[in-house]
Write a protein that binds this ligand. Structure first.
Ligand SMILES: [Zn+2]
Length: 292
């Protein structure tokens, strides 16, 4: 249990420090491996959206999964994930950019019947579809739709990877929850072009076995890699920061409202136009004087 003070923690300053993603290569099997600790990012998402247990746990996996899948974005590319789900959580929307800035949440923030117990994520999610969009400000680089059927972000993101990239991949996500999120972490393994199918399967099976056997994953992604890759030839390639950061701003909201124009019933702008950001939960209140 992590010590949390009684006073609410402000967004941007979580008790979990900085999140990091570490990349490495397992040699000679030629398997790319990435480890991420996205705990502070996931905690900020939970805090900002006042999420109940199911929403917080789903977003924990989204943070870690999106950071791992977004690690190879280039220039101003962004990767967005939008799911429509049959379960009471309704779906989710999240985005990661080239600098590993994450933003997003589930549609419903609380599902009281399910939030009261542990292990109800699959029931909260149900099944549905996942749209993955890789884009720049100017163009769509890739767009794919896959089914969401496993009730697990890891399994559904892994299916998306194998369908879209045609590269053998394994995605492992782990989070812990104790009245609030305590950890959000992940591992991604991908076969490099020179890897053989049998070598990839052997490495993946062993690392999955070791990761599953650990009661708690080390929070430090380097320590996590060292633990699950012990005995393999691991070469680490570098570390990057991961964080929660949204692109919304008052200026964009004002521009959007001006673009929409006042209500069509002729009543003019309301005393206050209130616009909430679905990605970060910020609410902007705009008086009519700013809209002329
Ligand atoms: Zn926002």
């Amino acid at each position: 249990m992590v010590e949390i003070s009684d006073t609410p923690t402000a967004p941007g300053s979580t008790p979990f420090g900085k999140d990091r993603l570490v990349q490495g290569i397992i040699e000679p099997e030629e398997v790319r491996i990435l480890a991420v600790d996205a705990t502070a990012t996931a905690f900020e998402a939970e805090y900002r959206h006042l999420s109940g247990r199911c929403s917080a746990e789903i977003v924990a996996d989204l943070c870690a999964g999106a950071a791992l899948l977004g690690a190879d974005l280039k220039n101003d590319e962004r990767l967005s994930f939008q799911a429509r789900l049959s379960g009471p959580i309704g779906g989710f929307l999240c985005e990661i950019d080239r600098d590993l800035n994450f933003r997003g949440s589930t549609h419903k923030k609380t599902v009281p019947d399910l939030d009261a117990e542990s292990g109800r994520i699959a029931d909260a999610m149900g099944s549905g579809s996942l749209q993955v969009l890789r884009s720049t400000a100017a163009t769509i680089v890739y767009q794919g739709i896959t089914t969401m059927e496993a009730g697990s972000v890891a399994a559904d993101f892994e299916r998306h990877l194998s369908e879209s990239q045609q590269v053998a991949s394994a995605l492992l996500l782990r989070h812990t929850y104790d009245r609030q999120l305590v950890s959000a972490q992940g591992l991604l393994l991908q076969a490099l072009p020179s890897a053989t199918e049998s070598a990839f399967e052997r490495v993946t099976m062993e690392i999955r076995r070791r990761a599953d056997a650990l009661d708690a994953w080390p929070r430090d992604p380097e320590a996590l890699l060292a633990t699950v890759c012990a005995g393999f030839g691991l070469r680490t390639l570098g570390t990057r920061d991961v964080r929660f950061r949204c692109r919304c701003s008052r200026e964009r909201v004002v521009d959007m409202l001006r673009g929409m124009g006042p209500p069509e019933d002729g009543s003019g702008w309301p005393e206050v136009s209130r616009v909430g950001c679905a990605f970060c939960g910020d609410v902007f209140e705009v008086p009519p004087s700013e809209l002329v």
